[in-house]
Design a protein around this ligand. Structure first.
Ligand code: HEM
Length: 119
């Protein structure tokens, strides 16, 4: 059997580093940084890690909101979504994730777009 995406990314520690970088990049990103002005970086890094671990086939410890509830009434634009995708690619590159795994992560991320953009 093929390893889960979770295992191929390097498990919980590797994913925690990717999620931490991702949140740092979002906060520093001029296109979306202001969205996180009121956020606690430590808390959202934990939520992002748990969500990513669960979504890649690892243990499910995610206790956060579903994606529609989390982003409802934010009215996130296509440009903001693309900025978040750019940050994700950067975080994956930083962690030396291979092209095949990057494509899988991107695909999963994109399946969540309807619950995030313009809701
Ligand atoms: C498919 C893409 C995305 C995924 C998978 C995702 C994932 C998440 C998760 C797991 C949470 C935590 C939910 C909770 O608090 O229980 C969250 C919160 C949030 N997301 Fe997203 N997100 C995405 C795209 C975006 C985009 C494009 C923006 C805006 C540019 C955004 C802005 C936020 C904000 C502002 C919060 C609340 C942070 C806080 O609680 O302080 N998200 N997102």
């Amino acid at each position: 059997m093929t390893d889960t995406l979770y295992a191929r990314l390097g498990g919980a520690d590797a994913i925690a580093q990717i999620a931490s970088d991702l949140v740092d990049f979002h906060i520093a990103n001029p296109l979306i940084g202001k969205r996180f002005a009121g956020s606690d970086p430590v808390a959202i890094k934990k939520k992002a890690t748990d969500f990513f671990v669960m979504g890649s086939g690892g243990p499910n410890n995610y206790d956060g909101l579903d994606m529609l509830s989390a982003h409802k009434h934010m009215n996130i634009s296509d440009n903001e979504y693309m900025a978040a995708v750019d940050d994700l690619m950067k975080a994956l590159t930083n962690a030396d994730v291979g092209d095949h795994e990057k494509a899988e992560v991107l695909y999963i991320f994109h399946t969540l777009r309807p619950d995030v953009v313009g809701v």
